[in-house]
Design a protein around this ligand. Structure first.
Ligand code: GTP
Ligand code: MG
Length: 300
């Protein structure tokens, strides 16, 4: 299954982001804590160039805590601080606001020297469905920006005034024109960043089950009552349907319904907190990763 999703509204969104750049002091970039690399838009370096950037690993409440800790160490080692955040629980909120203020400090001070107290404007960017609007709502303390559990909810830009001195710009989720790395594209699809209508959901959910069998065999065995965790990907969805009783009238597995439920349950954290990527895998390749194994050494 080849995954590509770069519809017209996204190309338009890219232009909108580029145009908005001159209005903002800071770019707040959200990635998904469960796959911090796959969910980073490689176009952003080009697009935002020298603008001060704050990195948040959102949905940290759904990611494995220990793996997220190692990811923050990984990024710190490479010279930038990535703050674990959860728009759902509010964890990381104070650090996020502090990081925005810190990133804006040079420009604020320049204005102060001229006797002006500047309003900091920060643009919130990231892939679709990563939680940009939810992040803004969390900081604002109210549902000011429209959020939803599918990609492509925000279509235009919207300014949200947090305080007289801090404004946030909500923007549409942005992917990149060619998803070269199809492993990463699959992760994006598992996370819900790609529009479902363009994919074969049964194949997607079977492949997610295969991945989960490697990452969290016990959780899969328990939740879907699958005994043979080493089975071919193609048969895993069928086994899950039988295990959970998702059957059609004649007793055949209801693969369509099962596919949707498996994806929704993973996205909703029903199998526990699971990270799809680890820094060790990034540094040593998939072979270097021992699924579910704790980190031996933080300095990896
Ligand atoms: N568990 C959890 N869910 C979150 C978090 N942040 C956002 N969500 C959920 O993720 C889904 C997408 O959130 P949005 O805020 O609409 O995402 P967005 O990045 O604005 O999406 P687009 O506008 O479509 O690009 C919603 O169902 C949110 O409730 C989080 O930190 N934890
Ligand atoms: Mg949005």
């Amino acid at each position: 299954m080849q995954i590509q999703w770069y519809p017209g509204h996204m190309a338009k969104a890219r232009r909108l982001l580029a145009e908005s750049l001159r209005l903002v002091d800071v770019v707040v970039e959200l990635a998904d804590a469960r796959a911090p690399l796959a969910s980073q838009n490689p176009d952003f370096d080009d697009l935002f160039q020298d603008k001060p950037r704050v990195y948040l690993l959102n949905k940290a409440d759904l990611a494995d805590e220990e793996t997220t800790r190692r990811w923050t160490a990984y990024f710190r080692k490479r010279g930038f601080a990535a703050i674990p955040f959860s728009a759902s629980t509010g964890k990381g909120q104070a650090q996020a606001v502090r990081a925005i203020e810190q990133a804006a400090k040079p420009v604020v001070e320049r204005y102060l020297q001229k006797g002006v107290k500047k309003t900091v404007r920060a643009m919130v960017v990231g892939i679709p469905n990563v939680g940009k609007s939810s992040f803004i709502n969390r900081l604002k303390g109210s549902a000011s920006a429209k959020a939803g559990d599918r990609p492509g909810v925000t279509r235009g830009k919207q300014w949200i005034v947090l305080t007289p001195y801090l404004e946030l710009l909500d923007t549409p989720g942005l992917l990149w024109p060619k998803l070269d790395d199809q492993q990463a594209a699959l992760r994006l699809a598992y996370l819900g960043a790609i529009r479902e209508e363009i994919m074969d959901l049964q194949r997607l959910s079977a492949s997610l089950l295969g991945q989960l069998c490697r990452l969290r065999p016990e959780a899969v065995a328990q939740r879907y009552r699958i005994q043979d965790l080493g089975a071919e990907e193609d048969s895993l969805l069928e086994m899950a349907c039988r295990g959970r009783g998702w059957l059609q009238k004649g007793g055949l597995p209801d693969l369509e319904r099962g596919a949707q439920i498996v994806l929704d349950e993973f996205r909703g954290g029903k199998l526990g907190r699971i990270s799809l990527e680890s820094p060790e895998e990034e540094e040593h390749g998939p072979e270097g990763e021992r699924a579910g194994a704790p980190a031996e050494n933080d300095a990896h």
